[in-house]
Design a protein around this ligand. Sequence first.
Ligand SMILES: [Zn+2]
Length: 82
Amino acid sequence: MEVSTNLELDLSQIYTCPCCQMETPHYLLARREKRVGIACSRCQTISLVDADLLESHQAWWEEELRQILSSLDEEHHFDEDH
Ligand SMILES: [Zn+2]
């Protein structure tokens, strides 16, 4: 049991939907070993992806989100300074 993943706990995963052509929240449908079935919450398109890929994508997205949020903080800070 060295599968250290919190995929099961997450209700949605950020993934690039092939239909929407953008990052959308996906519902986790099923998981079999390293394959994960997810469905786009916008258009319901089902994607079958590699669990590792999904996790690394999620990590990338969270990092991206952090940068966006911190840049927003900076802008906010500038506003307050002014
Ligand atoms: Zn979609």
